[in-house]
Design a protein around this ligand. Sequence first.
Ligand code: FAD
Length: 517
Amino acid sequence: TLSLVAACSLVSAAPDHDQLRPWPATLPQGLLDLRIVDQLRFGPNVTARFSTDYGRLTEATPAAVLYPPSAADIAALVRLSFSSPRPFAIAARGHGHSVRGQALAPCGVVVDMASLGGAHGRVNVRVGDDGAYYYVDAGGEQLWIDVLRESLNHGVAPRSWTDYLYLTVGGTLSNAGIGGQAFRHGPQISNVYELDVITGKGDMITCSPGTNSDLFYGVLGGLGQLGIITRARIAVEPAPERVRWVRLIYTDLGSLTRDQELLLSITEKGFDYIEGELLTEKGIDNSSFFSCKDSAKINALAAEFRVIYFLEGALYYKLNAASQVDERLESLLKKLKFVPGFAFTKDVSYVRFLNRVHEDEIKLRPLGLWDVPHPWLNVFVPKSSIRDFEIRVIQAILTADSSSASAGTFLITPMNKTKWDDQMSVATPDEEVFYAVGLLRSATEDDWKRLDRQNEEIISTCEHARIELKQYLPYYRSQEEWKRHFGRKWERFAELKSKYDPKALLSPGQRIFTSLT
Ligand code: FAD
């Protein structure tokens, strides 16, 4: 099933390192003289886990895996590769939740970032120096769920989240980190004060908007191309305790997006979180949000209209302000045009709300439905093209083919461009409002290629229709496509690459400056 397989040849090891025999031919013998050689592991039993990812669409075997107890050890590895006449590729691996081999390092070294955390993790919550703001200092390898737990011990929490929390700080900050809070606080990359980064030359640099700012902005959304994030200082706010969670049903996309855009403009007492989802006529199954009775009612509507949508909103509150949340919700619902009688609410703890996708994971894993191929496509669609996207993609491609809409989640989340910093590397549409559309499909070994071809059809259809899509978690095959993706940011990005990773050692799996084949 795998689109790419790289094999690395082996040669004999130096005599005093019998335990490292056979030594991978692609790694310089100079590594044997470094202290970190003891942190390297070889062989198929070790490398198998680091040869593919959540997507299960791509495979490439590294020559070795580094398990570094400290950031200095990663820097030593990078310096050796940088100074070697035969440099080797290095990929930081967060939690391996990419879907296209972005954290692979064919014939090079994968760095198991989790090793940095040690037994106790590396999340320190402190009040900022001037006492006026809070932040958490988190290791780049930390999972967001652990950042959440530790910051809650101090009564605070980060403001902007991904839907799923078993992702690493370094991994999401290399992309953007988007979710239902982004319309208000921006993506996770807009909520960072400072970073520690190891560049492609092996330099350890602290950067912020005021110091080494080119590296700071470049690394955020920089797809791991400029450096390895070993620490991030992240903005936090006093944590809410409870969440009033609501889903409102719509029978057409236009009404959903009109209401989402209206909600974007409400800054006082508006929702703290807004997303949207498309439901096909297959309806809801296995939902922990809706009761059986409500699911049946919604499924009947979905069968009638073939495609329906729901707007998902959340209001955060502290227990001592519980009485006001009903009022807040009522006043918001009055402004919205969902199908009458189709508003569903739930009240849950803040942690349960943020960690909701993990509940699905726990259900899907034992059914063998989690570790399957994931031909995902994530795109940013400008507001001006969302109607066109509905006609050409949702109606003409996705729902026209009833089998294609099988297992999966289809998200439509509004984004507010003013909350994104244009100096950062991530590419977004040039419009004030755009939608993050996630076609998050699971597949079998037999049908992922078909879904993948359908993804390509979606992209080429949009190209022909001049819908200016930007891929999120992008995947391209040629540098020409990458240039188009970055647009006016390309030149700057390439300049930063030649400054901070001139030998293109880092994250080769993104295939921007390197080819895996
Ligand atoms: P990896 O997959 O391990 O790495 C991703 C890339 O970053 C690689 O190129 C790697 O080399 C590089 N990298 C890893 N660590 C570092 C580091 N410390 N410094 C520099 N580069 C590094 N994304 C969202 O924005 N919002 C969501 O709601 C969301 N939900 C998701 C739900 C699921 C179930 C899954 C599987 C993914 C989801 N994602 C979401 C995508 C996720 O943000 C990306 O997969 C991201 O890469 C984080 O995964 P990771 O930490 O496992 O990183």
